[in-house]
Unconditional design. Structure first.
Lengths: 1019, 453
């Protein structure tokens, strides 16, 4: 084809390039065709239809909306994924602990002890560890309430102020009722309130009172205080009905100090005698424990006094004879340790406490183990004043009452009388953060913040202060009670400023640096406040002893009411961490019961099945299940306080019975000991207790529990160690130790090699570590029925063993039974991170593997749930997710931290919430290891021993748990275990600490967890 | 061709001819189902439905509906698994080992026994699947499949993985063996079929069997090869199942005697189950001339032998526990006999050790009623044997603080019922639609008309 350059025109217009033509040349239609001028065209219709179909189908498969709000202006200190720590103070009535709060993205998720505190020394307790969940309690009030209806702060402030003013102008009595208040600034705000309303009186009471001690000290030394004790200086300790390691006095301090005397430094340890009726945590740690009736406590002390008096050459006092060898033994040992001993009694009877003071005075303990110059403030309540208030209220003499975080309707023995009297009180206000038994009877509820949302200060003892700072803005529309007091007394309601102003008095130089340091440390000590005054004992022992001897008559059945270290006085009654925490002694959860000796009960527990009993005290009958308890003095029973809440919240309501109404007031002081008019009738009703451990003895298995006496230990540090009879093998290079023989190639640890050591002599079984572990690792609580089904999920448990009724290890039936007054041993048990882990070999999908740092790791995502690993675990520490514990109504009551919107805020974002059907277990807090390593890496430095510790080790007040890198020659664990061969990489480290042993050494699984033998200081 | 002495008792009585065999066996397939069969099927389907609810709940709610706990991680699930695998041993043993030993009496029972094997192995497979916490991933993660997870592979150290291989191999070989045997019989039914559908179905099932001499030759050699393959499997499967326990560290599990002891136990329970089923089939399908007292007696003798081996194993375990000097081992066995589960132990001892010894009396081993009763007792006993091994060993092992009891829930029972429902439904369908005896083989042992006196 030839080139064709012809152009065909559409018309003459194109040829002429007519302007009108060019304009329309690109149009589809000629100019003349007018388009329909509708607003939407056919194409628009198609577009819209297409969009709608796409949008509708996209909307249908929309993923659940996750509310994540980005920071528009990022707060300076909040980095997503990075934790912040704030020093603060745990306050619950008179209970005190200086704490360090871990927050993530503005949420407090973990509370641990503050090592800078010279009072608590970094210790915590189960209740302190659990308190972080109480912050996210669904039962907390969302805002102010007026006459049962939700209201606003302005409204209730207006009504309260006008009513208070009216009452004050009529000289009506106003009462503020609280437990002990440790905060000086709070007390000052109450004083300011009193200035505005002069008819106000502040009534303090304590759930479990120690007012008798203050009275006794007034009689003995003329000063109405409770002194500080220093157990760490005591070589001989005698406790008479005082559970000082778990509830009496300042248990965290006591535990720390006591542990210092049990760690066998320089082969020395204290000797501890305990006389008690219930088997308590303290008694279970004693070297000599004697069972007495509560009515005999005074006589035991009087007898001790008499023996000491004869040695000291002072006249004896009247003492009923008690037939116990341990009394003279204790007295002799006390005398030998003059000035370095300590006698404490739990009784609230001033007469008994005066005798105790007299004994300590004879022994010269004042000034060494007892410090009258540094009185403690933990228990300031006075039940005489409280009783007077209730009488006044009953007779209509009280016009207004403010319950300042107190719940006396529940936890005072005259609670019922008070509840009835409240109808005669014109104005009733509560600052409780939940609508509890008392708050549900008041007109106005002005809910207080949780302590983690509050500014506050505290003075646990003279010259010792600490600060509390908010770690989260108030979650609900709550307000600090102190602000309420200030506002109601026409002051500026800013409590922070108020607090700061108070502290200005304390600073000597410039205030801001002083304040910053105090806030950073959380604690401030002012030694200059403590004066050195010599006190002289002026008590009349003779008349007190006469009073004891005439006041106490032995009853057929005596009731010893006690506090548990778990649920305590019941104020944290809606906290599932405490309900599910096994009682350290009975290992029971979610229940209240009567402890009774085997002889009295007439049966033994079989798989936690029991009968109930009716206990009648002064006309009041309570039916509770029986806990058959070894070590319970025959003729006595024990019942715990803290249960029977009716308005605590959905977790804690209606568990057990409320025992407070059974308490009695003897000669003006509250008594937990009831010797008269108690009767017990065992019914045939069967009750299932929920215990996490039902076999109480260790069946004489020496490879699990290895113990010796101090005498044996002094001769040989390896005393009590069990060496399995396993044959050795002769190789070409000589004899091979049996533990070195293995099928496996072994591991090489060229980096870190993590290990954990547990000193069974320092561990007193308090169980704070268990709660710490639960909180740190998002461990679900499973509720009573699942505990009965033996499916608790805790990664760390404390095995509590009693000694058997016989020494003959082949008599299995007798070995299973506990001795009547058993020796007790506590053994924290968690994943042993075996180097030859039986779990690792049997998993078909390799979901549990060994790390290059000696950890046995659990890969949840890979787990298919055959449970073979758990079966093959000799230590039975693996836990299976039998159900879905999160977002499951079945567990909403027991496990709010995974089932309520608010509860989920406590979860640790670094730890996966496990799904149903997978296995889990202790990870040695691998998230802490990783974050510690990252921190060191960011700082470009070597990892230091103090960078990483596990939650359990951090929580241990006694310092019984040591975690660290066994490859690091400078680490605490290397020092403690005396790891000789610090040459890196070896799987088996050579230890020079002869106390160290592996549980079940002979099966050759080679754990990375070591136990140090239990040593008892007895002949 | 093996020559049988004319003096030997005939294995098939009643003067059956080759034609009679075809008639007697095909009658069941071709005729209407009997009333008792319908009732049996209804009952089995009922069990399957109720059990199905339990299985559904298990999958929906989680393993927690069972009675397991932190200490006892396996109980009824693995007990049922091992029990069903054990039952699944008899079929292949009868067809393979007895074929190799030329025990012709097996011909009357091997078909049903093999069917039973296959269904039992299927029931067994249910339990390792259902007992997993996350079955939805477990059923394929436990297989060594190439995957996109990187270098993630199964753990070849794990006896559970060996189980997967052992049982799937055994199942495959048993299924092929069974099916090969069925082909000539399907062809017979096909040839006799009068309606089109049957003809088409059995035609397809018979794989175009033509009955030619060459076909028969191939059939015989394939049978022999499969028998050779299956024989070691009979021994290996339960050996490997026993290693789930034997390679662990748990006292009472960690025992070298387990492989032979488990194999003997498996044959013991398998034969008992075959007897139970055959006695019923024999009666319902009027097969008294094919499954004679002689057969029953021979099987009872196998039961005496294996039962005695099992009994000796029990005693040996006790001896070794004492002889070892290991306190945990000693305690585990004392606890079996005198602990809280002693009733299970004595049930096991009575059913497995004492009951089969009654077969020493000829009167008892040739009585149908007593054979029936004892065969059931043996299966109860063997279930308890596995329960005793699994639960009583686990519930009190090393650390006394974790000692716990296991109590079954209705879902434990329900899932077990499900496996029964499945087993009997499958067996009833088999007995109706498939020839229950091997016609082709049986014909080789009846005397031809020319040999008749």
């Amino acid at each position: 084809m030839k080139d064709n350059k012809k152009t065909y025109w559409k018309g003459i217009e194109q040829l002429s390039n007519d302007a009108a033509f060019v304009k329309n040349a690109e149009s589809e239609f000629p100019e003349s065709v007018t388009q329909e001028s509708s607003e939407s065209s056919r194409r628009d219709f198609l577009k819209i239809m297409g969009f709608s179909v796409a949008a509708a189908s996209l909307a249908a498969c929309e993923a659940p909306v996750r509310k994540a709000i980005p920071y528009l202006n990022k707060p300076v200190d909040v980095d997503p994924g990075v934790a912040n720590y704030y020093a603060s103070t745990y306050l619950n009535g008179g209970d005190y602990c200086s704490v360090l709060v871990k927050t993530r993205e503005g949420r407090p998720i973990k509370v641990s002890g503050n090592k800078l505190s010279s009072v608590t020394n970094g210790g915590t307790s189960a209740q302190v560890e659990a308190s972080v969940l109480s912050l996210y309690d669904d039962a907390r009030l969302r805002g102010a309430k007026s006459k049962g209806e939700a209201s606003t702060w302005d409204q209730i402030d207006d009504s309260i102020i006008s009513e208070l003013e009216k009452i004050a102008s009529n000289d009506g009595n106003i009462r503020i009722v609280s437990n002990t208040v440790l905060s000086p600034s709070t007390l000052k705000s109450i004083e300011d309130f009193k200035t505005k309303y002069p008819t106000t009186e502040h009534v303090m009471y304590d759930q479990v009172s120690m007012s008798g001690m203050a009275i006794a000290n007034e009689r003995s030394f003329g000063t109405k205080i409770i002194p500080s004790y220093d157990f760490s200086k005591a070589e001989v300790i005698v406790g008479v009905g005082a559970d000082f390691l778990s509830t009496w006095g300042a248990p965290i301090e006591n535990t720390y100090q006591y542990a210092q005397t049990r760690k066998l430094k320089d082969k020395k340890m204290s000797r501890h005698f305990q006389f008690e009726s219930n088997l308590t945590l303290t008694g279970s740690n004693a070297d000599y424990r004697s069972m007495i009736k509560p009515s005999e406590e005074g006589s035991v002390l009087a007898n001790i006094y008499n023996i000491l008096a004869s040695k000291a050459g002072v006249p004896a006092v009247k003492a009923n004879k008690i037939d116990k060898e341990t009394i003279s033994k204790a007295a002799n040992d006390l005398w030998k340790a003059k000035g370095k001993s300590l006698v404490v009694a739990g009784s609230n009877d001033p007469s008994i406490q005066v005798v105790v003071n007299a004994i300590n005075n004879l022994l010269g303990n004042y000034g060494s183990t007892i410090d009258l110059n540094t009185p403690v403030n933990y228990r300031k309540g006075d039940e005489a004043i409280m009783d007077a208030f209730i009488n006044d209220a009953s007779s209509g003499k009280v016009a207004a009452v403010i319950f300042f975080n107190a719940n006396p309707v529940y936890d005072y023995y005259q609670g019922e009388k008070l509840a009835a009297a409240l109808s005669k009180v014109a104005l009733k206000i509560s600052t409780s953060s939940v609508e509890d038994e008392t708050a549900s009877l008041v007109d106005y509820i002005a809910p207080d913040n949780h302590y983690l949302e509050s500014w506050n200060d505290a003075s646990p003892k003279k010259g010792h202060y600490s600060l509390a700072q908010p770690t989260i803005t108030p979650i609900f529309k709550t307000r600090q009670a102190q602000s309420s007091f200030l506002i109601w007394s026409d002051n500026d309601g800013d409590y922070f400023k108020y607090l700061q102003n108070n502290w200005k008095e304390k600073s000597t130089g410039s205030f801001q640096p002083f304040w910053d340091k105090a806030l950073h440390d959380g604690v401030y000590n002012n030694a200059s406040e403590i004066e050195n005054v010599e006190y002289e004992f002026v008590g009349d022992v003779n008349s007190e002893a006469n009073a004891i001897s005439s006041n106490y008559k032995s009853g057929d059945v005596e009731l010893m009411i006690y506090e548990k270290s778990t649920i305590g006085n019941g104020s944290q009654g809606n906290n599932p961490l405490l309900h599910e925490l096994p009682d350290p002694i009975t290992k029971a959860t979610w229940d209240n019961y009567i402890t009774m000796s085997v002889a009295d009960a007439g049966f033994r527990l079989d798989d936690a099945k029991t009968k109930t009993a009716n206990v009648t005290v002064g006309g009041e009958t309570i039916n509770l299940p029986i806990m058959v308890q070894p070590g319970q003095a025959s003729g006595t029973i024990g019942i715990a306080l803290g249960y029977g809440r009716t308005s605590a919240g959905r977790v804690g309501d209606n568990i057990g019975k409320n025992i407070y109404p059974l308490l009695v007031n003897v000669n003006g002081t509250q008594s937990l000991r009831i010797s008269k008019g108690v009767s017990v009738e065992v019914t045939e009703e069967v009750h299932q207790l929920a215990q996490t451990q039902t076999q109480n003895t260790f069946m004489g298995r020496e490879t699990i529990i290895q113990e010796a006496t101090l005498e044996e230990f002094k001769k040989d540090e390896g005393a009590g160690r069990f060496h399995p009879h396993v044959a050795t093998w002769q190789s070409e290079s000589g004899q091979v130790k049996p533990e070195e023989l293995t099928l496996w190639k072994g591991h090489e640890y060229n980096g870190h090699h993590w290990g954990l050591t547990i000193d069974m002599n320092a561990c007193n079984g308090c169980s704070a570590c268990v709660v710490a572990c639960n909180v740190e690792n998002n461990i679900p609580m499973v509720g009573k029925q699942e505990i009965i089904n033996r499916r608790e999920m805790t990664w760390l448990r404390i095995d509590r063993y009693y000694s058997s009724a016989t020494d003959d290890v082949t008599d299995y039936a007798e070995m299973e039974k506990s001795a009547e007054n058993p020796e007790v041993v506590f053994q924290p048990m968690m994943c042993q991170h075996c180097n030859n882990a039986p779990c690792e070999t049997v998993c078909p999908v390799a979901a549990t593997t060994h790390s290059t740092e000696g950890l046995n790791q659990m890969v949840y995502n890979r787990c298919i749930g055959t449970r073979y690993c758990a079966n093959n675990c000799p230590y039975k520490v693996r836990r299976f997710n039998w159900f879905k514990y999160h977002d499951n109504d079945q567990f909403a009551d027991a496990n709010p931290q995974m089932n309520t919107e608010i509860g989920k805020m406590v979860l640790n974002p670094d730890v996966t919430v496990r799904s149903r059907g997978v296995m889990e277990k202790c990870s040695f807090c691998v998230q802490r290891i990783q974050s510690g390593k990252l921190e060191a890496k960011k700082d470009r430095r070597e990892l230091e021993d103090s960078d990483i510790t596990t939650a359990c080790a951090a929580a241990c007040t006694a310092g019984a748990i040591t975690f660290g890198d066994m490859n690091n020659a400078k680490s605490e664990i290397s020092n403690l275990m005396k790891i000789e061969d610090a040459e890196k990489g070896k799987e088996i480290k050579i230890m020079k600490n002869k106390r160290a042993y592996h549980v079940l050494e002979e099966i050759g699984v080679r754990p990375n967890v070591f136990y140090l033998t239990k040593i008892r200081n007895k002949a | 061709m093996q020559v049988t002495s004319p003096l030997r008792e005939t294995l098939v009585t009643g003067g059956k001819t080759v034609h009679d065999i075809t008639e007697d066996i095909c009658r069941q397939v071709e005729g209407k189902p009997s009333k008792s069969w319908m009732m049996g099927l209804a009952l089995s389907l009922g069990g399957l439905t109720i059990g199905g609810y339990a299985v559904f709940t298990l999958l929906w709610e989680g393993i927690g509906v069972w009675g397991l706990n932190k200490t006892v991680g396996w109980a009824w699930d693995i007990t049922n698994f091992v029990w069903w695998v054990g039952i699944g041993h008899a079929g292949t043993l009868i067809s393979a080992i007895l074929l190799l030993f030329r025990q012709k009496w097996r011909m009357s029972i091997n078909r049903a026994a093999e069917a039973m094997t296959i269904f039992a192995v299927l029931c067994a497979l249910m339990f390792p699947s259902l007992h997993m916490g996350r079955m939805w991933v477990g059923f394929y993660w436990a297989l060594p499949l190439p995957n996109t997870f990187g270098s993630l592979w199964v753990n070849f150290n794990s006896p559970l993985l060996w189980d997967v291989f052992a049982i799937s191999t055994y199942f495959t070989v048993s299924l092929v063996f069974w099916y090969i045997g069925l082909i000539p019989d399907f062809a017979t039914i096909r040839d006799r079929a009068t309606n089109k559908i049957s003809k088409a179905i059995y035609g397809a099932l018979s794989f175009g069997w033509d009955g030619a001499a060459k076909t028969w030759m191939r059939y015989e050699s394939v049978s022999l090869i499969l028998a050779g393959l299956a024989t070691p499997l009979v021994l290996s499967v339960h050996t490997i199942v026993s290693m789930d326990f034997a390679t662990s560290v748990i006292p009472g599990w960690h025992t070298t005697i387990f492989p032979p002891y488990f194999v003997a136990g498996a044959i013991f329970s398998g034969f008992a189950m075959v007897l139970t089923l055959m006695l019923v089939t024999r009666k319902l399908f009027k097969l008294e001339d094919y499954i004679t007292i002689y057969h029953i007696e021979l099987m009872n003798i196998v039961i005496i032998i294996t039962g005695s081996i099992v009994g000796v194993a029990y005693i040996t375990e006790f001896f070794i526990a004492w002889y070892s000097g290991v306190p945990y081992e000693q305690y585990a066995f004392i606890n079996r006999a005198f602990g809280p589960y002693d009733w299970a132990y004595y049930t096991m001892m009575t059913c497995n050790v004492i009951a089969p010894q009654l077969f020493w009396f000829k009167k008892i081993r040739t009585s149908i009623v007593s054979t029936m009763i004892i065969s059931i007792i043996v299966n109860i006993g063997m279930w308890f044997e596995r329960f005793v091994i699994i639960v009583t060993s686990l519930h009190r092992d090393y650390i006394p603080s974790s000692w716990a009891m296991f109590y079954p829930t209705r879902y434990d029972v329900g899932v077990y019922l499900f496996s029964f429902g499945f087993f009997f439904t499958a067996f009833l369908l088999f007995s109706k639609f498939f020839p229950v005896l091997n016609m082709a083989e049986l014909k080789s042992i009846v005397k031809s008309s020319s040999e008749k006196k």
